[in-house]
Design a protein around this ligand. Structure first.
Ligand SMILES: Nc1ncnc2c1ncn2[C@@H]1O[C@H](COP(=O)(O)OP(=O)(O)OP(=O)(O)O)[C@@H](O)[C@H]1O
Length: 549
């Protein structure tokens, strides 16, 4: 009944709480001049300024509408820096050029002259500190970035893109940037092998996916490789043609937006894959391909003048030719059923959903100090060892009609190419897809169009498993007689790792959970929609699923 004693559920009866709330509102609002205030809102800083209403003064003789609102909101994510110099408060932020989802950004700023009383200055300094706390949250400020530019990457525009789109964003965010141009193939490996890992937080590549691949392999050559790969985050500023790393971690193919995402990026551990061939061990962060995908990429180098279209052209030519690429494959399968893969994905996403619950150790996993911080030992040996036969390993099995062998550690292989929708940055597993090459042209075309639509995963002819390791022996390439008259297959064919050409010969791969580190827009997840229907999967209780640690 109204008025009968205290009502604890009535927030207005709690005077202390109301007082706290009032003070919080007062603290979050800063008066900057007679007609303007800046307020720290839930996810943006709100600028209320009568001056904004006046517009630019040009309204095309009354034909264009004048700005009628006096407020503007700047999302915290876009705030690059804020500071007070003498009596001037300046907030620099990344302003999108358009409303499109993948719009580039440019650096803009607002500036107000403060009342120069000590009280006002102190309040303003506290307000700026609170703004920066919100703008950066879990992300490290003033990152120290080693920035490598491949002057010939993509369409050869990386240097221009750096000057116009990337540098202004890093400068506005007060990042320390040390720029170096690569002069030859393999240069990034050499630079990263010698890099002082205490001097940098991030290695950024203004390039395609080739340079990040080299950076990872450069760090892997250090005697303290595991420590280096843990300490320094590898990122990409998308200047190539595929730019998969940027699409997966930041959801953009724009250099300026990727720079903003790196400024605000949070550390995410990334599984890396060891590939052994002969006596070589290479690390991979993205994909391994044999057959049609490798040929469409590496076999079309002579068509570079076509730009991105060369992949599609190469793909269609081979697809319509119903080319097969026979191989023998043995895998250590962890999850095979598509519904189980969706459940695994849903379970991992549920864990990631509450980021505040994750400790840094849980995110990065324990660092194995038993190996002097060098690369982790290979659990299943190399391609030169006898075939592993332990739990989960399938026998070496012929795939006589194989059209695609494609394993992926990230979802997007390029813009609109979510080839591995169930992949996760740090589940210790690789998504391995095989498709027969003789499935018929219409079915093949339908498959091709299903990739951007996100329905590819559920197609019957698409075989997907989550694996921890695999051994592959390619059995294609033309037959030729050797000097002793014995028929042998010529080593002609393409094997691509992260889009880079590797020797066309047998290989073994093995996943290392969370060995690498990247910066991502969201902790522990890719900017992708996941396998179809994963949100509807019933996780049940007590079902812990695959434990990859
Ligand atoms: N200065 C250079 N001259 C020649 N090759 C270089 C140079 N710098 C880097 N490279 C090599 O270029 C290769 C491709 O690099 P990157 O991925 O950056 O560009 P891209 O191939 O054009 O991009 P994408 O893979 O998206 O098409 C890498 O293998 C790297 O070793």
């Amino acid at each position: 009944m109204a008025g009968s004693g205290s009502n604890v559920s009535d927030p207005f009866s709690d005077h202390a709480a109301v007082q706290d709330e009032r003070e919080a509102i007062v603290d979050s609002t800063l008066a900057v001049g007679r007609n303007a205030t800046l307020t720290l809102g839930t996810d943006a800083v709100i600028v209320l300024d009568e001056g904004l209403r006046k517009g630019t003064g040009f309204n095309c003789f009354g034909l264009l509408p004048q700005r009628t609102t006096s407020t503007r909101s700047i999302p915290y994510f876009n705030v690059l820096w804020a500071e007070i110099v003498k009596d001037d408060l300046t907030i620099r932020y990344a302003k999108p050029d358009s409303r499109s989802a993948d719009s580039p950004v440019h650096v803009a700023y607002i500036n107000y002259t403060l009342d120069n009383s000590t009280y006002s200055q102190e309040r303003a300094s506290k307000w700026v500190a609170r703004l920066l706390d919100r703008a950066y949250a879990q992300s490290q400020r003033n990152k120290r970035i080693k920035l490598l530019i491949n002057p010939f990457g993509g369409a050869g525009k990386a240097v221009k893109l750096f000057t116009r789109e990337i540098e202004p964003v890093f400068a506005a965010a007060r990042c320390e940037v040390d720029v170096e141009r690569t002069t030859h193939a393999g240069h990034a490996v050499e630079i990263c092998e010698k890099l002082d890992i205490d001097a940098y937080d991030v290695i950024a590549s203004a390039s395609g996916d080739g340079l990040p691949h080299e950076c990872i392999n450069g760090l892997s050559r250090k005697p303290n490789a595991a420590e280096a790969l843990r300490k320094v985050a590898i990122v990409q500023l998308p200047c190539g043609s595929g730019n998969a790393m940027s699409w997966n971690l930041n959801g953009t193919g724009q250099c300026s937006t990727a720079a903003l995402c790196i400024v605000k990026g949070v550390r995410t551990p990334l599984d890396l894959v060891s590939i052994t061939q002969g006596n070589q061990r290479t690390l991979s962060f993205l994909s391994q391909a044999l057959g049609i995908v490798a040929e469409s990429d590496l076999g079309t180098e002579n068509l570079r003048w076509m730009g991105d279209t060369r992949f599609t052209f190469g793909f269609l030519v081979r697809l319509l030719g119903r080319t097969v690429y026979p191989c023998e494959i043995s895998m250590k399968i962890e999850i095979e059923d598509k519904q189980e893969i969706k459940r695994h994905y849903a379970r991992q996403m549920a864990r990631r959903g509450d980021q505040s619950m994750l400790s840094q150790n849980e995110l990065d996993g324990p660092l194995d100090t038993s190996t002097n911080l060098g690369l982790p030992p290979l659990q299943y040996g190399t391609i030169n060892d006898p075939l592993p036969t332990g739990a989960g390993w399938t026998p070496m099995t012929p795939f006589p009609k194989l059209g695609h062998f494609y394993s992926g550690n990230m979802t997007m292989m390029a813009a609109d190419m979510p080839f591995f929708p169930a992949s996760l940055p740090c589940d210790g597993l690789l998504d391995l897809v095989t498709i027969d090459g003789d499935i018929g042209r219409m079915k093949s075309l339908d498959l091709l169009f299903s990739i951007p639509k996100g329905t590819f995963f559920d197609k019957d002819c698409v075989h997907v498993r989550k694996v921890k390791a695999a051994r592959v022996i390619p059995h294609y390439g033309p037959l030729a007689q050797n000097a002793r008259g014995v028929s042998q297959r010529k080593k002609i064919g393409y094997f691509s790792v992260d889009g880079e050409k590797m020797p066309f010969e047998p290989f073994q791969l093995e996943v290392h959970k969370g060995l690498g580190t990247v910066l991502s827009r969201h902790v522990g997840m890719y900017e992708a929609i996941g396998p179809p229907g994963w949100q509807d999967v019933d996780l049940g209780r007590g079902n812990e699923g695959f434990n990859s640690t």
